[in-house]
Design a protein around this ligand. Sequence first.
Ligand code: NAD
Ligand code: DAU
Length: 338
Amino acid sequence: MKILITGGAGFIGSHFTRYWLQKYPKDSITILDLLDYAGNKDILDEFKKHRNVTVIKGDICNKKLVQTVTKNCDTLFHLAAQTHVDRSIHSSDPFIQTNIVGTQNLLESSRINHVKKFVYISTDEVYGSIQNGKFVETDSLHPSSPYSASKAGGDLLCLAYWHTYKFPVIITRCCNNFGPHQFPEKVIPVFITHLLEGKKIPLYGNGKNVREWIYVLDHCRAIDLVFQKGKLGEIYNIGSGTELNNLDLAKLILKNLDFPTRFIQQVTDRPGHDLRYALNSSKLRKLGFQPKHTFTEYMHETIRWYKENTAWWKQIKDTSPYKKYFKKQYPGLTRILR
Ligand code: NAD
Ligand code: DAU
């Protein structure tokens, strides 16, 4: 089978590519990735050595390029996106371009080129916040940030292509992922790497916001299952059932790294910060899914990975675009040495 993975140099896309290579070694994979700030060049070097993988550096908004790469493809897993909520609050343009215009471009070329299955990797954030209970796939969409609104735009376009053209799409909506190689702008790598540098960790607001956490490999397994057994035109929530508020998350990481709670620094809250995300994943469970990687054990593993791979995240944190972003996002965050 010929697979196209967009965003294969990103956090989830690179885990997914490695997962697929191991599980289906006969398939040939093309990765299309812009290699923007979140794209991982080292990982691509690893994939380039594999004879079944072709890496194309390019933009999903580029019509000509996308027309060419979708010509020779049976299945497309669409993960490329602008993904960080705080960045979307600073500047929403790239989010609209990539997540909406880019998704439409991929859909249209894939339709013309008769791609057999198009799996769109969406997010629980499209539902908005929920105080009690859990979202099911038929709930209406109430995205609150420019990021989630742009992802919801992608969802709706996929559904429109199914309804109008019977173009074979499947949508997955996953909760928060964690694991190795996550870019140090998302909360878990921010907390871990700050502590490893002897810095305080920035907790937004009162820390009562709740997220549902899944280990990245379980997300990959669930995408595979939905691809194999899911129904065309349908949406599948991907949740782990593990909910945690940010204060408890911070305390768990502090404890793991043996730091006292005074290393938590409350900072200005994220504007429009969603209080809680929680998914009802029974539809996925009915396909036979069970998460394999427990939160506590794999959080421990993740922390160990960041400890052992300081060169990876330090080279990111040392770049001037990262430093600029960091200053803008966390003005006045103090450094404390133990
Ligand atoms: P990431 O930011 O780590 O990676 C995104 C990748 O997309 C990068 O490699 C980047 O270079 C690439 N990219 C960005 N714009 C592009 C463009 N215009 N053309 C081609 N490539 C482009 O993101 P991630 O956390 O791995 O998320 C992957 C997907 O999963 C996204 O669609 C995201 O919305 C979704 N998702 C993420 C989570 C999570 O917790 N991280 C949860 C649910 C869903
Ligand atoms: O729910 C799935 C989504 O999870 C994905 O679709 C997004 O791509 C991904 O970025 C993630 O979004 P969140 O906004 O939930 O993740 P983030 O890691 O940015 O923040 C998680 C929680 O931690 C959130 O309540 C905000 C808080 N936070 C975040 C940062 C970066 C802090 O308290 N301090 C921080 O420094």
